[in-house]
Write a protein that binds this ligand. Structure first.
Ligand code: ATP
Length: 930
């Protein structure tokens, strides 16, 4: 696999020599200036024309690079966390903690391109994540071979998009990564919003990257360049891809919107790489056909959360105390997967731990931000008011006034999507600039020199989420409308890019009783308006059931959580099963978001039944962390794989796990998965008493991992179901020894129905060999192929027997079935029925009592090979019976695998006999499996 961008280009050249050749031809055949602005003939989906080298070198180039790298290094080496004023910058490399970045699903990716279609089709449905390092963001994922031009990285507020961008730039500037890229041009939407008038692309770049000026414009684009557009959600341009004129010349002036849309479309600089980041709700501003890869930042994993706090504090004992504290509260620990929350929590908890009277420790997002504000306000009061004790009482009043002014600024600008302010904006809101600098942790300066663009000082909040919080605080304190909350819900839902989503969450969070108590501490206000919390919850639930996008719906779930509504689990189940999602199932990212919401709620699930949350299996396994919040977890037949066992093992290791019963039956876990799972079972936090691994393709190896886990942690497991596996004699022996060991709790071990055939993949592991019973065959049916084929035809001279079907052209198998069985039959001709029946089905006469599937003794599927199954006139149907579970499933068998045709559920009370009804000119054969 190529590892750098440059290697990719070479790789691409090898893979698609013609495409590269044609691009090269166009370039060399053109004089230099037009070569730069050359537009390939991309009428539909553009082939990707990355620069493949060799690239021109020279002194000028290295001088420019050095200068630009130096500027970018200076700009990116510190994290902007509001400490700049105090002369204590936070170094990015000191606090940077690797983030968990994954492929963001194919949802947003252009799959129209022929090559990609083939790749997508050949791709196996994956139930695992592909993780990506931020420096490898342009590496094609999941088996794709086509090189990537445009990557969209999405992630919720504060998850680390900007920091990732900063880290990639810093590593490049420091010569640590992506050195095949000659230039990186960071163009955050936040800054692009400030551009007025017309520019050529070259002029725009010179504005943002003055160090480029010595290079001739025509030369510039012969190099490999990477544009980074951070914060699409902050973009105030219309991005009118449909109506903007096509623009191909980098030296001609036009509006910024035209420049950007043409750059993204690939009309301008088709060879450039583009990286766009966005909060999820705003990604729809760019049509998926212009995006070649989507990644998702999922924040910190549990281990990374700890690492973050350890890096953050030089005092390791403080770090340990904070980690222990954060871990002791489920919602705090879960929220810490969002880095901005870690930062806010680190600030707040450091302070709380230094106080003797800690009061209530914050539990929700809103409470944590309120504490953050209390912290910065008291910091200011400590610093500036110490000598004037008498003024302290007055401070609450002035804080309130100041925060209201700041909040007003935050709100009005947020409404308009404005995130950068001028001095004039501050004064218009009655904010004195020196007063603002007193609150330096909250509102901090950015100086013009930093961008080389601005002629005057500009201001912004240290993080957008702080602006969103202050905006909510302002509205909460100043708006006395009885319908405030409902109106805010409507207003947020109207927004196209979700720019009011987080604001809404804060506003709802502020209206709860616990938040009000906190606010009183901050503002000294005695009375606060009460809001109709229940009514608002109900209103949000109604909205959830409307046809909103999953992103908006998920935000509404967050809102319910902020309101402390306890019906989240029920609501999420209702939403998932409402049928609204059938056209477009949830993406993996959306499943993660739901898991997050559910984990955040304080509800304990008595039984977590994965099937109740979903009908398809494309990303639902991301709900697996919920296992630890339930007592019984039913995750059987959910297409889980080895990778999922890691998630499960981590749930088993969790000290907050309440799990007692775990049913993982019928998943393809195999020995490697069971080994991973065993690592969780042996942990002393694990208290699982019943574990079902029936039909998981476990052999001796898996048994040995289980046996050693049970010996390491002998006190919990009472029952282990390993039926329908292949433990072999040695596996059974190992586990039987555990059963007999008095120090182990194991009381029940089920290794029934074992055997070599159970190691076959899928349902085939339950295959059973069937033969037709000639004594039951109707006289029009003749048997052949060792009693495995039945054909309708001439009358047969069969003796008259009580078990023979007299009028219905049917035949049954000899074998009676209980347990789990799978068989396949090939149907030819016009019409046939395939099914199962109790022995007592009627044999003589025309009544429905005698017909397979037409009474309460039998169940069947009608197959018309001609019409509804396969145009070729033949079809293969798989039947899976799980007698104990009471399910009978019919599948269409094709080269793509099994497609469920119908599932019947019933409680079977007697053994079942497979049977067939075969009509004129038709035949049915039982297939040999394995
Ligand atoms: N990888 C990381 N390591 C350490 N801290 C991080 C990391 N990523 C983010 N942070 C912390 O979280 C804060 C917010 O991150 P960032 O600004 O990158 O979020 P974002 O996804 O761009 O948010 P938004 O969508 O609101 O703009 C940072 O200021 C920093 O304190």
């Amino acid at each position: 696999m190529p590892s750098t961008l440059y290697e990719f280009c070479l790789y691409y050249a090898e893979m698609f020599p013609l495409a590269v050749h044609s691009v090269r031809m166009e370039r060399t055949g053109s004089p230099a200036p037009s070569c730069v602005s050359m537009k390939s003939d991309w009428s539909m989906e553009p082939p990707i024309a990355l620069r493949e080298g060799p690239f021109p070198t020279g002194r000028l180039l290295s001088q420019c690079q050095r200068r630009i790298k130096c500027t970018l290094k200076k700009k990116c080496e510190c994290v902007f966390e509001g400490k700049a004023k105090e002369g204590q910058p936070t170094l990015l490399n000191e606090i940077y903690t690797e983030l968990y970045i994954t492929e963001g699903g194919t949802g947003g990716v252009n799959d129209e391109h022929e090559v990609r279609q083939i790749e997508t089709a050949s791709k196996k449905r994956r139930t695992e994540d592909t993780t990506v390092k931020c420096n490898d963001i342009f590496k094609p994922l999941c088996g794709r071979k086509t090189p990537i031009r445009t990557v969209l990285t999405k992630g919720v507020a504060g998850i680390g998009k900007t920091v990732s961008v900063q880290k990639v730039i810093l590593d490049w500037a420091e010569g640590k990564a992506n050195q095949d890229v000659h230039f990186i041009f960071p163009l955050p939407f936040r800054d692009l919003n400030l551009i007025n008038g017309k520019y050529s692309l070259i002029e725009l770049l010179h504005h943002f990257v003055p160090g480029l000026k010595p290079l001739k414009s025509t030369e510039l684009f012969r190099y490999k360049v990477l544009f980074i557009f951070d914060g699409l959600d902050e973009c105030r341009l219309p991005l009118d891809f449909q109506n903007n004129e096509s623009w191909v010349d980098v030296t001609k002036r036009t509006s910024l919107d035209v420049l950007l849309t043409n750059l993204i479309k690939g009309n301008l600089l088709p060879s450039a790489l583009l990286w766009i980041t966005s909060r999820p709700a705003a990604t729809n501003q760019i049509h998926p056909k212009y995006i070649h890869q989507v990644t998702e930042i999922r924040g910190f994993s549990d281990a990374q959360k700890e690492e973050y706090f350890r890096k953050r504090f030089s005092d390791q004992s403080l770090a340990s105390r904070i980690i222990t504290h954060v871990k002791s509260s489920r919602s705090l620990f879960i929220m810490c997967h969002i880095p901005v929350f870690c930062w806010i929590s680190a600030t707040v908890l450091e302070r709380l731990f230094s106080e003797t009277d800690r009061g209530e420790v914050p539990r929700t997002l809103t409470e944590m931000y309120t504490h953050f504000l209390i912290f910065h306000t008291s910091l200011k009061n400590d610093k500036y008011m110490k000598k004037h004790e008498t003024r302290l009482n007055k401070s609450c009043k002035s804080d309130r006034e100041f925060l209201l002014k700041l909040g007003k600024l935050a709100f009005h600008h947020l409404e308009r999507g404005n995130l950068i302010f001028y001095e004039q904006d501050l004064t218009e809101n009655g904010i004195d600039v020196t007063e603002a600098s007193v609150y330096s942790g909250v509102c901090t300066e950015v100086f013009k020199e930093e961008y080389g663009l601005y002629q005057e000082k500009v201001y912004c909040f240290v993080h957008l989420s702080i602006q969103e919080y202050l905006a909510a605080l302002y509205v909460f304190l100043s708006n006395s409308s009885a319908n405030l909350l409902k109106t805010a819900v409507d207003q947020a839902l109207k927004s196209k890019n979700g720019h009011l989503d987080l604001y809404l969450r804060f506003l709802l969070g502020l209206s709860t009783a616990s938040s009000k108590t906190l606010l009183q501490r901050l503002l000294g206000q005695k009375r606060m308006r009460s809001h109709k919390i229940k009514e608002t919850s109900q209103y949000i639930k109604e909205k959830i059931m409307e046809n909103l996008s999953p992103e908006r719906t998920i935000n509404l779930f967050h809102c319910l959580n902020e309101l402390g509504d306890n019906s989240l689990v029920e609501e999420v189940q209702r939403y998932l099963n409402s049928g609204r999602l059938s056209a477009e199932p949830l993406s993996p990212a959306q499943y993660s978001a739901l898991a997050f919401v559910l984990l955040m709620s304080d509800e304990e699930l008595d039984v977590f039944d994965m099937k109740k949350f979903t009908r398809s299996y494309t990303g639902q396994w991301r709900l697996l962390p919920l296992v630890k919040t339930s007592r019984t977890a039913l995750v059987y037949r959910c297409e889980l794989t080895k990778k999922c066992c890691e998630v499960l093992a981590s749930a088993l290791r969790s000290n907050s796990s309440h799990l007692k019963e775990l049913d993982l039956s019928d998943n393809d876990l195999q020995d490697s998965g069971v080994k991973l799972l065993s690592a969780g079972l042996e942990n002393h936090h694990c208290n699982v008493e019943i574990l079902r691994l029936s039909g998981c393709r476990v052999t001796e190896g898996g048994c040995s991992s289980l046996a050693s886990a049970l010996r390491s942690n002998p006190s919990h497991l009472r029952e282990l179901d390993l039926s329908y596996n292949h433990p072999g004699d040695s596996g059974v022996k190992l586990l039987s020894a555990v059963l007999e060991d008095p120090s182990c709790k194991l009381e029940k071990l089920n290794v029934d129905h074992g055997g070599e055939c159970r190691t076959r993949p899928g349902l085939q592991k339950y295959s059973c060999q069937l033969t037709l019973d000639p004594n039951t065959a109707h006289r029009r049916l003749s048997l052949s192929g060792g009693d495995r084929k039945v054909t309708w035809g001439a009358w047969q001279p069969y003796p008259n027997l009580p078990e023979r079907f007299e009028y219905r052209p049917q035949v049954l198998c000899r074998e009676s079935l209980t347990g789990r069985c799978y068989w396949e039959a090939e149907l030819r001709g016009i019409d046939a029925r395939i099914g199962v029946t109790y022995k007592g089905i009627g044999r003589k006469g025309h009544s429905a009592d005698c017909q397979l599937g037409a009474n309460d003794k039998s169940w069947s599927l009608r197959c018309s090979p001609h019409r509804n199954i396969e145009p070729s006139g033949s079809c293969r149907v798989g039947v899976y019976l799980d007698w104990e579970a009471g399910t009978l499933s019919f599948y269409r068998v094709s080269s793509d695998g099994l497609t469920l045709l119908r599932r019947v559920t019933s409680s079977f009370t007697e053994p079942l006999y497979p049977g067939f009804l075969v009509t004129e000119y038709s035949s049915v054969s039982l297939c040999m499996l394995g």
